[in-house]
Design a protein around this ligand. Structure first.
Ligand code: NAD
Length: 702
């Protein structure tokens, strides 16, 4: 089917464009639209034009498949196309049936009138990719809705339903249902009137306090987004809309190009594409059938089990929650109730919705009740023997065709699968704590996991509003295997002379949501304690700091015990430095014979971030992760890595791999350092030598 079709309705020409899935304004669409516009303008029988998107949307903007390719700017580029519509001698009415975002809204702004369906989302989300609307949006929107609303929409990037804009000059009419008829009726009356079209560019911004509004907005974004240049540039461009149109457009263009090359926008665009790439799994084509997931079961109602159960309840999927003992079950159910109560009292959830979700939960002590679940997720203690026993029981009870998943953080998923007679139905679904909040879901693909099981897990992740990344089996998968090296370095730094506060502050200044010690206190230092004991008993040759274990021996598990690397006070989330911890560290250094040295923040950041990068390179080479960008997604969505740096692997690429390797060689020479630790992973060394990047590495396959 052609991208663009036109038909006549009396004196009105309807031009309808389509480009699945979101009517992206690709080169072919733009070219056909221009041709259709010209034909309508030349036709003496036509008095007015209606422009509509095919299906139930207008357009979500540029076609992202063209991003970074020559087609993107091939004439007619979007600004030229919009200019052509605005300059048309006959009135053009946009009929907005649904989604109208980015370049789609900019195209509608170039039309002379707009009719929208009430719930159609209208927005300019470019700022979320570190950009500004570069096809006239910053100049035309304020002329139609005023400076304040335009600033809100452009700086937040959030869409607004058409009904909320009904009183502005942006929309001539807002209707329930399909706006096409109303748009045609409006076009007919405009054709009958024969007046010249009302061009947005000829309107004037009527606000009298433009300067003050923009100054206020600047103050707000400087505090809220100190790392991002785009929100400030959006404000600069919107402010220019109060002046002559041509000048404003020229400023918008130059700011757009400036942002396009900014490292922040490159990182945000990388993250956007990385998330999309992560949903494609090798050996699992898009047409792979998926198994229906209508009911779920969760085994273990502890921290994770109760959080995972809520993910399903939030998605409207009934859950059976099974426990080994009554107290633990009651505690788990109470935790779920409290979470929902909290949301209701904060006004985030209507009380009826809480009741509806809780009604989907069936707590039980009987495994037999799990028989008909479509998926079972195990979240019992991190102990192989316990998990094997649980899977043997599940194998005996749960119906054939059900998916059996483990939430293990570190254990061998293949071994767990072998406890059943159906290893093809088994995989890891590694949620992050708190499971009902964190976006990341590591999908752990066992050696025998069936493609349709993986495809179902990826689809389920979407239903649960998670970002899924596939990992192969290894101790710690992607996220935790890397974080272990990062935490090891954090502990070495403290042994050598830094304080936990200094390490946290350095990483937070780099942009991490939380430094490593505050993060450990939040997650619970005891979790790592058990894992470390197992690991380092197995690998006595690996240098490791016992500092964290000594902390645990004092019962300082973190926030849950009100004491960890920091002290905590009831009813207060602040972390206070602890004298006891300082003494512990001093004693520890004396015992190791280490004279504390002063360590600068640059060394702290390089050591922690390059520890991630080096382990990431190993994961890639081993095929545990199938792309460098998957690792970035894990760190951006699960570990608070600064979004404007694009994830550890992208960050290393922007630094330049030869410089990363060079710095690692310097770090290896620091006294107390473990030269083995800083040996560049073979893949990193190879890519650096060849002048290539992680982004260019096509992977060892997952
Ligand atoms: P937890 O100790 O809070 O909960 C475990 C629960 O399992 C307990 O309530 C226990 O009574 C129950 N249980 C034990 N054996 C059982 C059995 N045979 N049948 C039914 N219930 C049983 O532990 P958690 O922190 O929720 O961790 C659970 C799993 O999730 C572990 O594998 C852990 O590694 C993993 N995990 C934990 C985190 C985290 O941050 N806590 C994050 C990701 C993954």
């Amino acid at each position: 089917m052609a991208h663009v079709e036109s038909w006549k309705h009396g004196r009105v020409c309807v031009i309808e464009f389509g480009n699945p899935p979101v009517n992206g304004l690709a080169y072919a669409v733009r070219r056909e639209l221009l041709a259709a516009l010209d034909a309508a303008e030349e036709d003496p029988g036509i008095g007015a034009i209606v422009l509509a998107g095919r299906g139930d949307l207008f357009s979500a903007g540029a076609d992202i498949r063209e991003f970074g390719r020559p087609e993107m700017s091939r004439a007619p580029a979007l600004p030229q196309l919009i200019d052509a519509f605005e300059s048309c001698s006959k009135p053009v009415v946009a009929a907005i049936r649904g989604t109208c975002l980015g370049g789609g809204l900019e195209l509608a702004l170039g039309c002379h009138h707009r009719v929208a369906s009430a719930q159609a989302p209208l927005g300019l989300p470019e700022v979320k990719l570190g950009l500004l609307p570069g096809a006239g949006g910053t100049q035309r929107l304020p002329r139609l809705v005023g400076i304040e609303t335009a600033l809100n929409m452009i700086v937040s990037g959030e869409p607004v339903p058409a009904r909320a804009l009904a009183k502005t000059a942006l929309l001539d009419r807002v209707v329930d249902g399909d706006p096409l008829d109303a748009a045609v009726a409006l076009a007919e009356s405009l054709a009958a009137e024969g007046r010249p079209p009302r061009r947005t560019r000829d309107l004037r911004v009527t606000d009298s306090n433009v300067q003050a509004l923009c100054q206020f907005a600047r103050g707000a974004v400087r505090t809220k987004f100190p790392q991002y240049p785009a929100p400030l540039r959006c404000i600069d461009a919107v402010q220019a809309s109060a002046g002559p149109f041509e000048e404003g457009i020229a400023l918008e263009r130059s700011l757009f190009l400036q942002l396009l090359w900014s490292p922040e926008s490159q990182a945000l665009r990388h993250a956007f594409f990385a998330e999309r790439a992560a949903s494609r799994v090798a050996g699992v084509p898009a047409e792979t059938p998926v198994r229906p997931i209508r009911t779920a079961a969760v085994v273990g109602a502890g921290t994770m089990g109760s959080g995972i159960a809520m993910c399903f309840l939030d998605a409207g999927i009934p859950v059976r929650l099974v426990e080994a003992n009554r107290e633990a079950l009651d505690r788990g159910v109470a935790r779920i109730r409290e979470t929902y109560e909290g949301r209701v009292s904060r006004g985030k959830l209507p009380a009826e919705e809480r009741d509806r979700r809780l009604a989907l939960l069936t707590p039980t002590l009987e495994y037999e009740q799990l028989g008909d679940a479509d998926i079972v997720i195990e979240a019992v203690y991190e102990d192989m023997a316990v998990k094997e026993e649980v899977f043997r029981r599940l194998d005996a009870i749960v119906k054939q065709g059900a998916i059996l998943a483990t939430n293990t953080s570190t254990l061998d998923v293949d071994r767990i699968a072998r406890a059943t007679r159906r290893p093809a139905d088994v995989l890891g679904l590694h949620f992050f704590s708190p499971a009902n909040v964190m976006k990341l879901l590591e999908v752990v693909r066992g050696a025998q996991t069936a493609p349709d099981v993986l495809a179902t897990a990826m689809k389920l992740a979407k239903t649960l509003r998670k970002t899924a990344v596939v990992a192969r089996v290894c101790d710690g998968f992607i996220g935790n295997r890397m974080i272990e090296q990062y935490v090891r370095q954090a502990l070495f730094l403290v042994e050598e002379g830094a304080t936990p506060q200094q390490v946290d502050a350095a990483l937070e200044a780099f942009g991490f949501a939380m430094g490593p010690f505050r993060m450990s206190d939040l997650a619970g230092n005891d979790i790592g304690w058990h894992i470390r004991r197992r690991r380092y008993v197995e690998k006595p040759h690996v240098k490791y700091s016992r500092l964290a274990d000594r902390l645990c021996e004092l019962g300082r598990f973190g926030q849950k015990t009100q004491a960890g690397w920091y002290d905590y006070r009831p009813g207060d989330r602040k972390a206070y430095p602890s004298r006891l911890v300082d003494e512990l560290i001093a004693r520890h250094r004396t015992e190791l014979g280490i004279a504390a040295r002063s360590i600068d923040d640059r060394e702290i950041v390089d050591r922690l971030v390059y520890a991630l990068v080096n382990e990431g390179a190993r994961l890639l080479e081993e095929g545990i992760a199938s792309r460098a960008s998957d690792i970035d997604v894990v760190y951006l969505t699960g570990y608070g890595f600064p979004p404007w740096r694009g994830g550890p692997m992208f960050y290393a690429d922007t630094v330049g791999l030869p410089l990363v390797v060079r710095r690692m060689r310097q770090l290896a020479r620091i006294p107390q350092q473990d030269p083995d630790f800083w040996k560049p992973a073979p893949l990193l060394a190879r890519l650096a030598e060849a002048g290539e990047t992680f982004g260019s590495f096509s992977g060892a396959g997952a």
